[in-house]
Write a new protein. Structure first.
Lengths: 157, 157
DNA sequence: GGTGAAAGCGAGGACCA
DNA sequence: TGGTCCTCGCTTTCACC
């Protein structure tokens, strides 16, 4: 389950990261293998959790989500209890599409989507500000997406 | 091509966002439709660009990428030329997995991955600092992922 | 926009080297 | 580990409501 990834594994991962709809036959051709062992490798990578899932990427704008904001959060207290409550609350807020506990002057960095600036403002005030332990928020808006593929580099693929 | 999304479309999008491997038959059952019209809807959503692609999600840690950093960039000059050069350069750096032009005290927000802190330090010094127009960098490290699904909320799905 | 049917093909397993 | 069938079920595309 924890065998190191060889060059073939890495090429499979790179290919599937770019296009999850490749058939096993296409994949096999791409890595110079026959379909069956290729399929077995992919399954092994899935079961080992190297591949955690397959997802359709959607266009936020075309879904009516015109605003993406990066929100830095400073906590007022740093007890474990409060942190846990904050983290749990964040899980249940659909508008928060990503959240990390980060080092530095802020405690958390959130990525939030909203239909427009007015909706975001209301959301920040009524939902984010009210989260457990929050002392201060700082919102930075995405003005222009430069690179959003989030494709992980795979050395030697 | 620009028909508004009805409830069925939104449910299809929500389902495929969670699992791109659902078969058309399963999708059809889930939205109470027969496979054929269901397949036609999915194809329409793909062609309209609402679905921009299908991708395997990989586990950065298991790929040996232990560090995720959020890097705020302040530019020294704000000419269009320099911005274009910076944006173009960022495209070609695999370690930069996301980049937005943002409002506020910083100009760009980057998300960067690296094997470990030492590798990140070297990368920040030799690659990021050297990008066109960069005046200052501020790195914040992801200590703990709270929510990383990046699932877009789809109202009424 | 929805249904039913038909053809082609890919997934996934059994088995061998 | 990799390779070769083989089979089932699905995808995809018709023609038609």
């Amino acid at each position: 389950m924890d065998a190191p990834l060889d060059r073939t594994d890495r090429r499979l991962l790179a290919a599937l990261q770019d296009d999850a709809r490749l058939t096993v036959a296409e994949l096999a051709e791409r890595v110079a293998l026959s379909p069956s062992p290729c399929w077995r490798r992919v399954r092994r990578l899935e079961q080992a959790g190297v591949i955690s899932g397959y997802h359709a990427r959607l266009d936020a704008g075309r879904l009516g989500l015109g605003i993406t904001a990066f929100v830095s959060v400073v906590m007022g207290s740093h007890t474990r209890e409060v942190a846990r409550a904050f983290e749990a609350a964040v899980q249940d807020i659909p508008e928060v599409i990503a959240c990390h506990n980060v080092s530095g002057e802020y405690d958390f960095l959130l990525e939030v989507v909203a239909p427009d600036l007015a909706a975001y403002g209301e959301f920040a005030r009524s939902v984010l500000q009210a989260l457990p332990g929050v002392r201060a928020l700082h919102s930075s808006f995405a003005l222009k997406p430069i690179k959003t593929a989030r494709r992980l580099p795979i050395p030697g693929a």
